[in-house]
Design a protein around this ligand. Structure first.
Ligand code: NDP
Ligand code: OXD
Length: 310
């Protein structure tokens, strides 16, 4: 029997996804009908994006799973109409994109690139940064994206500490967990990367207390979520020099309002939630594999844990 797959992302994404997703479904051996408009009661799987048209899942009485195109699930996890299993996106394109973004921004601060590219005529003085092995970096969150970023940073040569809810064992990374582990992870983080999800347990994880644990002048990279940071505490820490620079990709309100102090703060770089994008070709493989598994009675990949919220 034909499997009906509803593409419920932003309509302008259809052109990017139609061909790769159709091909991935066919390659997975599935007889699937993929469309942007289907009678809800006939839909077997929903390919979902928070910016798409579906917010009430009740009419989708036959749907076996909701397959999110996003890694983050904070906008859907609390939806009371969602009774179907929810899978988040783990996509090798998204993962590599994030690792590259983190490595690029870490290197910008590590090398002091801004100092060199802003030189004026006559300013020929050398500025010698330490080498990567002398620059400890910490990554909060060791999931799909945090691990990839941590590995890329370690490959460059940085001594990398990672912190997660459950204890990990990753070659070449010092892995910590728990409340005491967080304090230790922060205490020597000259560059701190936030790759935690937005959950009640991670809200304001960087606040006045935890910011004070960082070495003076530490750099923060936040491609995770805006809610991870107490913005007032960060602004104060930037003003006092406790934090040397913050490169922020995600915010409590997006787009970041024009009047927000982050826009004009000399120690803040704002990027418009572009750290990593779900890539249609590779994301289609994840979606097709999950539909194949579901149809074969195998466990779904990347199932969201509703208790923990990610
Ligand atoms: P995962 O779910 O794979 O990993 C989340 C990590 O956070 C896990 O290591 C988890 O620990 C850890 N974690 C969760 N809660 C806690 C807690 N309370 N204390 C300590 N550790 C915790 O997510 P991804 O790596 O795929 O993505 C991370 C986030 O990146 C997304 O949720 C999203 O917010 C953001 N993102 C941003 C993008 C951008 O363009 N800016 C693009 C894509 C994602 P454990 O391993 O023990 O479960
Ligand atoms: C995501 C994101 O969660 O792009 O996938 O932020």
């Amino acid at each position: 029997m034909t499997i009906n797959v509803l593409f419920a992302a932003r309509p302008d994404r259809w052109d990017d996804y139609e061909a790769p997703l159709s091909a991935a479904l066919a390659d997975a051996g599935l007889d699937a009908h993929l469309a942007t408009d289907l009678p809800p009661g006939e839909v077997d799987y929903i390919v979902y994006s928070p910016s798409g048209p579906v917010s009430d899942f009740r009419p989708f009485t036959r749907a076996k799973a909701v397959l999110n195109l996003w890694a983050g699930v904070e906008t859907i996890i609390g939806n009371p109409t969602l009774t179907q299993p929810l899978c988040r996106m783990v996509d090798e394109g998204l993962t590599l994109g994030m690792a590259e973004w983190v490595a690029g921004h870490a290197l910008r601060h590590h090398l002091g690139t801004d100092l060199d590219v802003r030189r004026a005529p006559g300013d020929w003085s050398p500025h010698i940064p330490p080498l990567a092995p002398e620059r400890p970096v910490t990554v909060l969150g060791l999931g799909a994206l945090g691990q990839a970023a941590a590995r890329m940073l370690a490959n460059i040569g940085f001594p990398v500490t990672g912190w997660s809810r459950t204890q990990k064992d990753i070659a070449g990374i010092r892995c910590l967990s728990g409340a005491d582990g967080l304090d230790r992870a922060l205490s020597n983080a000259q560059i701190l990367v936030l790759l935690l999800p937005d959950t009640p347990a991670t809200a304001n994880i960087l606040d006045a207390r935890t910011l004070a644990l960082l070495p003076r002048g530490a750099v923060i990279l936040n491609p995770g979520r805006g809610t991870l940071i107490d913005d007032d505490a960060l602004l104060l820490a930037l003003d006092t020099g406790q934090v040397g620079h913050a490169t922020l990709d995600v915010f409590r309100q997006e787009p970041l309002p024009g009047e927000h102090p982050y826009w004009h703060h000399p120690r803040v770089t704002v990027t418009p939630h572009i750290a990593a994008e779900t890539r249609p070709r590779t994301a289609s493989l994840t979606i097709a594999e999950n539909i194949r598994r579901s149809e074969a009675g195998e466990p779904l990949l990347h199932l969201v844990d509703r208790k923990h919220g990610y």
